[in-house]
Design a protein around this ligand. Structure first.
Ligand code: NDP
Length: 274
C-alpha cells in the first residue's frame, strides 16, 4: 500500500510495481482526490506482466496484480484513515498487509525570518503525525501478515517511511548548511531541533520509535530517502527521474532484512547519518 500515489514518487512506485517483473499480487494506491489523481489514467492503462506476456506470468508463477485506487482523502484526517483501514482489510483479507509505504508528504518552505507556527504544525501533521496514525490504523493487518515466515522483510511485514536527507541533523552543517533553509520541512522529517519547542516527534525519530515497538511483532520499520527527484516537490533541477529513483527504492525495499530494521537508508541502499 502506497500513500500519496496521485503523482510524483508514489505514482511511480505504483506504476513500477504494476509493470515490473516483481508483482506483489495486490497494490493499494491511495490518493486523497482520485478524481484529480494522475494515477487514474496510468493505472487504467497499465497492463500487468501477465497481460503483456502470459509466458512471463507462467514463468514467475505470480498472481495477477490487482490495482486498487482507494480514496484516502487526507492523511491528516483520522476519520479517513480509519475508513481506509477498514477498506484495506476487505482487500487484503486473511493475508494481511505486507508492506506499507508512507509516502504522502508536503514541503512547506519557510526560513527563519518567515516561518510561522501554523506552517510548522501543518508540515508536522502531514509528514510526521500522519505516518504514525496511518501505521497505527493498519497495525492489525501488518500483524496478520507478520504471523507468516521468519526473519524480517516484505515477505512478512514492513513499514517504509519515505523521509528526506534534508532531515539529517548531521548532514546540515558547514557547506551543506547554505541551501534549503526550510524549517518546517527539515524538522518534520528529521529529529526535532530542541530550540524550536515543537513537541511533536519527527519522521526519522518516529521510524526508530516504531522500530522499537514493533520489533517483537516481526514488523520491519525503517526510513528511506528516495534521492533528489524531479517531481512537483523536487523541482525540475533535481538530478534523478522518478523512474531512476523508484527502481532503486523498490530494489532496496525488496532486499530489506532484519539488519535494516530501525535504519535510515539512502535510495542506493547506503546507510545515512541521522
Ligand atoms: P509530490 O509533491 O510530487 O507528491 C506528494 C504526494 O503526497 C501527492 O500524491 C499528494 O497528494 C500527497 N499528499 C500530500 N499531502 C497529503 C495529505 N494531506 N493527504 C493525502 N495525501 C497527501 O512529492 P514527491 O512525490 O516528490 O514526494 C513523495 C515523498 O518523498 C514525500 O514524503 C517527500 O517528502 C519525499 N521526498 C521527496 C524528494 C524529492 O526530491 N522529490 C526528496 C526527499 C524526500 P495530492 O496530489 O492530492 O496533493
Amino acid at each position: 500500500m502506497v500513500t500519496g500515489a496521485s503523482r510524483g514518487l508514489g505514482l511511480q512506485m505504483v506504476e513500477s510495481l504494476a509493470t515490473g517483473s516483481f508483482s506483489p499480487g495486490k497494490i493499494i494506491a491511495t490518493a486523497r482526490d482520485p478524481s484529480r489523481a494522475q494515477v487514474n489514467k496510468p493505472l487504467k492503462n497499465v497492463q500487468s506482466p501477465s497481460a503483456r506476456s502470459p509466458e512471463l506470468h507462467d514463468t514467475l508463477a505470480q498472481p495477477l496484480p490487482t490495482h486498487q485506487l482507494y480514496n484516502l482523502p487526507y492523511v491528516v484526517s483520522q476519520d479517513s484513515i480509519e475508513k481506509a483501514a477498514k477498506e484495506v482489510d476487505t482487500i487484503v483479507q486473511g493475508e494481511g498487509l505486507n508492506c506499507l509505504i508512507n509516502n504522502a508528504g508536503i514541503n512547506v518552505i519557510a526560513d527563519f525570518e518567515t516561518v510561522t507556527a501554523e506552517q510548522m504544525l501543518e508540515n508536522f501533521h502531514t509528514n510526521s503525525v500522519a505516518p504514525l496514525m496511518v501505521t497505527k490504523a493498519l497495525l492489525p493487518l501488518l500483524q496478520r501478515a507478520a504471523t507468516r515466515g521468519t526473519g524480517m522483510g516484505i515477505h512478512r511485514a514492513a513499514v517504509i517511511n519515505i523521509t528526506s536527507l534534508l532531515g539529517s541533523i548531521e548532514l546540515y552543517w558547514g557547506d551543506r548548511a547554505n541551501t534549503f533553509k526550510w524549517y518546517p520541512y527539515r524538522t518534520s522529517k528529521g529529529p526535532v531541533w530542541e530550540p524550536l519547542q515543537v513537541d511533536v516527534a519527527a519522521l526519522n525519530m518516529l521510524s526508530r520509535c516504531m522500530a522499537v515497538d514493533l520489533q517483537d511483532e516481526g514488523i520491519l520499520c525503517m526510513a528511506l530517502h528516495p534521492g533528489w527527484v524531479r517531481t512537483d516537490m523536487g523541482g525540475p533541477q533535481a538530478p534523478l527521474s522518478t523512474e531512476e529513483s523508484i527502481s532503486s527504492v523498490l530494489s532496496v525495499i525488496g532486499g530489506l532484512t532484519e539488519k535494516d530494521h530501525g535504519g535510515f537508508l539512502h535510495y542506493t541502499g547506503e546507510p545515512l547519518p541521522w
